[in-house]
Design a protein. Structure first.
Lengths: 277, 366
């Protein structure tokens, strides 16, 4: 019976075989129905532990979405699934209407315009700030073009612009390894911007930042929304309140509640989970 | 961009490299001159033995350079680079064997002596073509390159990294060692290939040929250095360093990490093969001993002593350690292995950036 189902899948008459489809490119991204990202029925388990349990999540184009949840709620696993690091056991992940992310590798997904910032700031410590941004820049990233690449004036201007945005113009020649923690966070956000992404996945952007730095980060992320879709995972409730229009609460690998911050906070199930333990 | 400005760009802040190329240039002119033109009685005369020794060191330096490219810049600690070196050497050795022709002990025009001795009737298929110099030179590049490609493709695609990869490279060279020991392989077994007579028609024993081989080695080292320097200085080089320091970050930015690693690994293997091909005519023998894991580990020590991730440091390390080896194995043969071990421990503990790191620190203090 199972084989028959497989056979039916292979012989479907309403679509061509997957390998005959053209290679996904970022121009193909189709968001006319609203959402830029669809996660449906996604489950991931590690040795029996269900990190994600039938997760359904939709992110609208241009939206700024905050995702909160206790440790182990599946936030990082969700990002791993979207960026191609982890393959789910079941479920579908689509980028726009047409692009199936589960078929693509990490670099291919990055090329499509999904940028990711890690929880722990990860920059290329040996390189200076300018080169970090140069490496992240959106361009042909295969072997030969990188070997003969020369920066054009436009590209230089773009790097300068991003340096301005993240406030690291003065540190441009400094080694990334010698930056402060907060500056590294910003540099990583800058690297994200250099990729010209459509969707940014930002994991705990204000961890270890001072109040002032946090405020600037909030400004930066809100200014990015609209032209980009931004998904922020964060523990800092104050920060979430200051930026979010919509908040999604994850609990044990699935969505517990979704809505504005006020709605979520008055949701009895959220209160139970957060205060009941 | 014209050539001049390309060179200027490459050496703009590479003082060590400029010095190295300068010295190589001087050596290319001076060494053959002192050997061939200066009469033997003179103080300044350089013996042919010394010329050959220096030539051998230069091939080691090229090998160290290749290793530094993968280890120092890409963070892949290969403990099997001796395999690529030896394969290049064997390809050259096969050409030299075919050049012996009827002058062998058994006087067989086609078969090398060891095949006659084993009662083989005809040349195995994989020896065909090696009587042509261009074909042998092609194989010097292709065989190590192809092995590195297949091995690297499998290893990097499976995301094997760190110690595990090092152990696999070690196993690779050990497996080849055992294979080449077998007489049935058709590479002269235990004894390897030796008793070479001439190369491209020039007598290998003559002083002029020796000097010519020295010049060829020096040129190969200089060109190899320029190639590595170009790679390291390009955006490609920065990507490779980025992969060394934060592999997953590089992947999420959109670089196909496996391909970059594979590219660097193959380039490095090819350089090692060329070094091997220049080494064999100068020492006059190639045998399976070159595949021994100990050799590959020694290469790592050269690079570590000189200072990895600088290119010229690797060259310096290879020259210094090998000079030390020649001296010590002559003066106090039983001490050498202990000295080598002690050197590695000392460098790891006190000079993590090698001699180059020490010099740079001195300069920064001053």
């Amino acid at each position: 019976m199972k084989n028959l189902d497989h056979l039916r899948q292979v012989m479907r008459r309403d679509q061509v075989w997957e390998f005959m489809l053209p290679k996904a490119s970022r121009h193909q991204l189709d968001t006319h129905k609203g959402p830029i990202l669809y996660l449906e029925g996604v489950s991931v388990s590690f040795d029996g532990f269900k990190a994600l349990n039938n997760l359904n999540l939709y992110i609208n184009d241009g939206e700024l979405r905050c995702i909160i949840g206790a440790n182990g709620a599946g936030k990082t696993t969700m990002m791993d699934v979207i960026t191609g690091k982890t393959r789910p056991d079941s479920g579908t992940v689509f980028y726009g209407q047409t692009i199936n992310l589960l078929r693509l590798s990490e670099p291919e997904i990055a090329e499509l315009g999904i940028g990711r910032k890690f929880q722990k700031p990860t920059v290329f410590e040996f390189h200076n700030v300018f080169n970090n941004l140069e490496l992240a820049m959106y361009m042909d990233k295969s072997l030969w073009p990188t070997l003969v690449a020369r920066l054009s004036g436009e590209q230089r201007d773009r790097i300068d612009e991003v340096l301005q945005i993240v406030g690291l113009s003065e540190q441009r020649g400094q080694r990334a390894g010698s930056l402060s923690h907060g500056q590294k966070q910003w540099l990583e956000i800058g690297m994200l911007l250099m990729q010209s992404p459509r969707l940014l996945l930002v994991d705990e952007p204000v961890a270890g930042m001072t109040a002032q730095e946090t405020e600037r980060t909030a400004e930066l992320l809100t200014s990015l929304a609209g032209s980009h879709s931004v998904v922020v995972v964060e523990h800092d409730m104050e920060f979430v309140r200051s930026i979010a229009s919509t908040v999604t609460v994850l609990h044990e690998g699935s969505v517990l509640a979704e809505g504005s911050m006020a709605e979520v906070q008055s949701n009895p199930r959220v209160i139970e989970v957060y205060l009941g333990e | 961009m014209d050539k001049q400005s390309l060179l200027m760009r490459l050496f703009y802040n590479d003082r060590g490299g400029s010095l190295l190329l300068g010295l190589l240039g001087v050596a290319i002119v001076l060494v053959p001159l002192l050997n061939l033109a200066v009469p033997e009685a003179s103080m300044l005369h350089l013996s042919t033995y010394t010329v050959t020794l220096l030539g051998k060191y230069l091939t080691y330096a090229l090998l160290a350079l290749a290793l530094d490219l993968v280890w120092g810049y890409c963070g892949i600690l290969s403990l099997g680079h001796g395999a690529f070196f030896a394969l290049g050497g064997y390809a050259m050795g096969m050409y030299l064997m075919r050049q012996i022709g009827e002058r062998g002990v058994y006087g067989n025009a086609d078969l090398p002596d060891f095949m006659v001795f084993l009662n083989w009737q005809e040349l195995p298929w994989y020896w065909l073509g090696f009587d042509m110099f261009w074909f042998a030179m092609l194989m010097v590049v292709l065989v190590p390159g192809a092995l590195a490609f297949v091995f690297g493709w499998l290893a990097f695609r499976s995301r094997v990294t760190g110690v595990y990869l090092s152990i696999m490279t070690q196993a690779l060279t050990f497996a080849l060692l055992l294979a080449f020991f077998r007489n049935e392989m058709g590479f002269g077994g235990n004894n390897g290939l030796t008793d070479f007579k001439d190369i491209l028609g020039f007598d290998l024993q003559s002083d002029a040929t020796r000097a010519g081989l020295f010049v060829a080695s020096a040129l190969a080292l200089a060109l190899g250095y320029l190639l590595c320097r170009y790679i390291v200085d390009s955006k490609f080089g920065r990507v490779v360093v980025a992969i060394r320091d934060a592999e997953s970050r590089a992947r999420f930015i959109g670089y196909r990490v496996e391909r970059f690693k594979l590219g660097v690994f193959v380039i490095s293997a090819v350089l090692a093969g060329i070094a091997g091909a220049l080494y064999v005519p100068q020492v006059g023998i190639i045998n399976p001993g070159e595949f021994s894991p100990l050799n590959s580990i020694e290469m790592v020590i050269w690079v570590a002593v000189g200072g990895r991730g600088t290119l010229y440091g690797a060259v310096m390390g290879a020259l210094i350690v090998n000079y030390g080896k020649t001296y010590l194995t002559g003066a106090l043969p039983e001490v050498w292995l202990f000295a080598l071990g002690a050197l590695f421990v000392l460098v790891t503990l006190f000079l993590p950036r090698g001699i180059v790191g020490l010099l740079n620190r001195k300069r920064a203090d001053a």
